[in-house]
Write a protein that binds this ligand. Sequence first.
Ligand code: AMP
Length: 317
Amino acid sequence: MEEKIIKFEDMQLSKKVLNAVRDMGFEEPSPIQAQTIPLALEGHDVIGQAQTGTGKTAAFGIPTIEQIDEKNKYIQALVLTPTRELAIQIAEEFNKIGKYKRVKTLPVYGGQMIDRQIRALRFGVKVVVGTPGRLIDHIRRNTIKLDHVKMLILDEADEMLDMGFIEDIEEIMSNVAQGENRQTLLFSATMPAPIEKLARSYMHNPQKVMISREQLTVPSVDQLYFETRDKFEGLCRVLDIEDSGKYIIFCRTKKNVDDLQASLQVRGYMAGSLHGDMSQAQRDRVMRRFREGKLEILIATDVAARGIDIDDISHVI
Ligand code: AMP
């Protein structure tokens, strides 16, 4: 089914935020943005199941910056994130989105001199992105005021759980103004029970948004190359490294495809081939056997393989 593409222009965004997003080179919203931004702008709590690479930072960053009141001098939004690198990265993206609105975002993380952060906090920022440990530190020192926070964002919630931050998160959440007016957005790649529980106890009627791996803006595929004197021997060694997998091997010509299939079969590999000289019935049969795992290797010319849709391919050669 064709998905309806919503444009950034169709969302209830101010000129300042729209122009900033355009400056960032985002032409159209990624799926998680198309789903999350309108819900968040309507004031809903949102649970987003999505990984890094889907554009989730802007999915929560755009509605957060949009809803900041420039005239209010207090911290109005707080983002919790597991690592210092992520805190810095998110703050950078928020500062880009808030460029024309002049909304300042400060990253607050362990490892940086706390005095510098205290000065920056005193200077007045409207959004803080922090790691849980350092935020607790500021709360206990009374160097951060969270009583005007109306948006709370938990990013990579499952990572924070794995790192043992769950109690810190609960302590921070209890310091943020409660009640109907607070909006909470929670993002996590997985939803383990303690995260579900956290969501149930702190969120109001959360709307769920699920984004699958295939919708990444930046696919996480490791790319490697090997220099080899003998391509066929090299290929067999690569195939032998892992004892299971689903491989697609592309060749330039139909003859290459047939030759490689014959050579691999002699060595005992379960290989099938796909190219333009085959009848539709033959192709369907090969594809079915590959899908069902009866063939571990599909050798194809790129034209023949165009548009094929197979789950859990482990290697493309
Ligand atoms: P994230 O999942 O937030 O880490 O984003 C992954 C990358 O995609 C980042 O480099 C973003 O700048 C980029 N990105 C996010 N949204 C869009 C979009 N709508 N169009 C193009 N690139 C985007």
